[in-house]
Design a protein around this ligand. Structure first.
Ligand SMILES: [Zn+2]
Length: 94
């Protein structure tokens, strides 16, 4: 009997085919801690059931969000590198 249901698409399937975000703990990046926080914002917890299609969707979604975050961090660090020599120089002048 198909008695499990995907939280996202509401598709019914066999319990043995349940996927949860717990499988993301085997990913190196994003870290599982980060993944949990990400899914918490989407109101998804470790015990929610998903079909294979939807867990793949969330896998990609969280991965994309993680990559965007990394780009942002990179820009910030580039900025501080850019400003640091300038502030040193202004100290020299004064
Ligand atoms: Zn689904």
């Amino acid at each position: 009997m198909k008695n499990a249901q995907c939280k996202k698409c509401l598709y019914k399937f066999f319990k043995k085919d349940i996927y949860t975000i717990q499988q993301f703990q085997y990913r190196k990046k994003p870290t599982y801690k980060w993944s949990l926080e990400f899914f918490e914002k989407l109101e998804i917890d470790e015990w929610d059931s998903f079909c294979e299609k939807c867990i793949m969707f969330y896998s990609k979604k969280s991965n994309d969000a993680w990559k965007k975050l990394k780009v942002k961090l990179f820009i910030v660090s580039k900025d501080s590198e850019f400003y640091e020599p300038r502030s040193r120089e202004s100290k020299k002048i004064s």
